[in-house]
Write a new protein. Structure first.
Length: 223
C-alpha cells in the first residue's frame, strides 16, 4: 500500500526553515517537520482533536489501539525521531500517555458504575488543556503581530523607495527587516559595494545641491 506524503502545516514548515536559516552552522537542529509527520502517521492528531474537545476514552478504542500497534512496529523510528522508548509489553493507554506527556499534557480519570462494574474513563487534565489553549492563543497572536509588522515594514520601504525615485530619480537600496533582537542580518541587503558606494555618492550630491540652493535663496532674500 502506497502512503501519500502529507506536508506539515505552514507554521511547522516555517519554524523548521527559520531555525536552519538562523543557525546555519549548527548541525543539531530540531526536526520539527519530521516530528510532525511521525505524530501524524501515528494518528496522534486525530486522538488529540477528540481529547481536546473533551471526549473520554477507555483505551480499547480502535484509534488508540492502532496508535499503539503502529508505535510498537516502528519503535526504532519513534525513538530516533521523537526520542521516546516504546516497550512492546506496555498497554495502549501507557503508550498514549508517553506521547501526551511529551506535549505537556496528562490525563485524569473517573470510574462510574456500568452494568454493575466499575469502568475507568480517561480525559485530558483540565488545567493542562487550559494552559495549552492559552499557549496556542499567545503564539497565534505573536504570529499575527509579526506578520502585521512585516507588512508595515514593506509598506514603509515601498513609500520610501517611491519618494526617492520621485524626488531624486534614484532607486533606494533595499533595507533588511529588523529582527526581534534589533539586528539587520536577514536578507534584502545590498551586497555589491560598488552599487552601495554609488548610491551614497548620489545621496551626498543631492544633499550638497539642496544645501547650496538653500544658501543662494537665503542670500537673495537678504539683499
Amino acid at each position: 500500500m502506497q502512503h501519500i506524503l502529507v506536508p506539515p502545516p505552514t507554521v511547522v514548515a516555517e519554524r523548521h526553515k527559520s531555525e536552519r536559516e538562523r543557525l546555519a552552522i549548527c548541525t543539531d537542529w530540531s526536526n520539527h517537520s519530521t516530528a510532525w509527520l511521525m505524530r501524524h502517521r501515528l494518528g496522534l492528531r486525530a486522538v488529540l482533536i477528540d481529547l481536546m474537545a473533551g471526549v473520554e476514552i477507555k483505551g480499547d478504542e480502535a484509534m488508540i489501539q492502532a496508535l499503539a500497534e503502529f508505535s510498537k512496529r516502528n519503535a526504532s523510528h519513534v525513538k530516533g525521531i521523537l526520542n521516546l522508548t516504546i516497550p512492546l509489553s506496555e498497554s495502549a493507554l501507557w503508550i498514549l500517555g508517553q506521547f501526551l506527556s511529551q506535549l505537556g499534557l496528562s490525563t485524569e480519570s473517573r470510574r462510574p458504575m456500568e452494568d454493575g462494574q466499575r469502568v475507568r474513563y480517561y480525559r485530558l487534565n483540565t488545567s493542562d488543556v487550559e494552559f495549552a489553549q492559552k499557549v496556542l492563543e499567545y503564539r497565534q497572536r505573536q504570529r499575527e503581530d509579526r506578520e502585521r509588522k512585516r507588512q508595515e515594514s514593506l509598506e514603509l520601504q515601498a513609500t520610501y523607495a517611491a519618494r526617492m525615485q520621485s524626488q531624486y530619480g534614484i532607486n533606494a537600496p533595499s533595507t533588511p527587516p529588523i529582527n526581534e533582537d534589533g539586528d539587520n542580518n536577514r536578507g534584502g541587503m545590498d551586497t555589491d559595494p560598488e552599487l552601495s558606494d554609488y548610491w551614497w555618492e548620489q545621496v551626498k550630491y543631492y544633499a550638497r545641491l539642496l544645501f547650496w540652493s538653500g544658501k543662494r535663496l537665503k542670500g537673495k532674500g537678504e539683499r
